[in-house]
Design a protein around this ligand. Structure first.
Ligand code: SF4
Ligand code: SF4
Length: 336
């Protein structure tokens, strides 16, 4: 096996808290065993940002939970990131905070003042059972007064794309009624203040609660293929040897509210303590990342993702099953 790939985080992912009113059916946060009210300390997050910059990491993102519930956290981290010339990625939002219009406008205003221009990744999701379409429409209409909507993206996570498109059409009608003309096109939500890119994908099955198979799309594993040479093979695309924590991957250092650092921002990140690589309250970030680079499990994930990890640890039986996503396979391997 080629062991040259090593854990290569692209930046920091802050989970200011896991609090979220979304109640999504497919949510990957194991609400049955985490303290959703715990909050990541702002001063600690700012220190981590400075340490990350010193290590050559130049970007950060917010995850959760619903990050806009922690407005003070977002504003201070964005301001520090700007001082450090670090790039914030679009924060995800389910738009629940649009139910508090004054709070939201104040947050937008403060973020703008702090130099925030990244836009948001708006989730327009049938599975958000407790966030009505009105909130999604109101969030975007309000945001248009502060930010460039062409920097926004809308993501729809549902195995049924038609269901997502119907909801988007409803959001567009509501936005128009709220004073911002909008229309749901094929690839963009077209608005009078700029077009917003649309994305559609099927959810990963969470491992913390039982859900019917009918809600998901399952993929085969192609253990011999890497991501490039599997392209175009069947639909849905198979799970391949993609080194998710390596230089071409999607690894971040994910910081939990209690200070635990996790090796990635993948869907199964919270399903196994084996992805915890240290705690920012106990040691510097550089020491945490250096140790993670020597960890066998993390190294295998950097080299060939969960396919390599299963193959090298004698769990090839898991490669014969279908999974909704490589991260679901990852959780199965790590928890076997
Ligand atoms: S909005 Fe996100 S964090 Fe909240 S319940 Fe839904 S998937 Fe989970
Ligand atoms: S497969 Fe595992 S290590 Fe890779 S992104 Fe998903 S949860 Fe993270």
């Amino acid at each position: 096996m080629d062991n040259r790939a090593e854990y290569t985080p692209k930046g920091i992912a802050f989970a200011p808290s896991y609090e979220c009113p979304g109640g999504c059916l497919h949510c990957n946060i194991p609400f049955d065993r985490i303290d959703a009210s715990a909050e990541l300390d702002i001063a600690a997050a700012l220190r981590v940002l400075r340490e990350a910059k010193a290590m050559g990491l130049h970007s950060f993102q917010f995850v959760g939970g619903e990050p806009t519930l922690r407005g003070d956290f977002m504003v201070e981290v964005v301001a520090e990131g700007r001082r450090l010339s670090m790039k914030p990625h679009r924060p995800p939002t389910n738009c629940a905070t649009a139910a508090r219009p004054d709070y939201l406008r104040d947050l937008f205003s403060r973020l703008k003042q702090a130099g925030f221009t990244a836009g948001f990744r708006v989730s327009c999701d049938e599975f958000h059972r407790r966030v009505p379409s009105e909130n999604v429409a109101a969030f975007i209409v309000s945001a248009a007064d502060f930010f460039d909507l062409t920097r926004f993206a809308i993501g729809c996570c549902d195995k049924n794309e038609e269901r997502s498109r119907a909801r988007l059409g409803h959001v567009a009608l509501l936005m128009t009624a709220m004073g911002l003309k909008a229309r749901a096109g094929k690839a963009k939500l077209e608005t009078a203040r700029g077009d917003i890119k649309l994305g559609f994908w099927a959810p990963t099955r969470p491992t913390w609660k039982p859900l019917p198979d009918s809600e998901f799309i399952f993929r085969e594993v192609d253990a011999g293929a890497n991501a490039e040479n599997a392209t175009g093979r069947g639909s849905p695309a198979p799970i391949t040897r993609f080194g998710c924590l390596g230089p071409l991957g999607v690894g971040y250092v994910w910081i939990d509210p209690d200070g635990n650092a996790r090796a990635c921002c993948g869907n199964a990140n919270l399903f196994s303590d084996k992805l915890i690589i240290g705690n920012i309250h106990a040691e510097p970030l550089a020491a945490i990342v250096e140790r993670a680079r020597r960890d066998t499990v993390i190294r295998l994930l950097a080299e060939g993702g969960p396919v390599a990890l299963a193959a090298e640890t004698g769990l090839t039986c898991l490669l014969e099953k279908k999974h909704t996503h490589r991260c679901e396979l990852c959780a199965a391997v790590l928890n076997a």
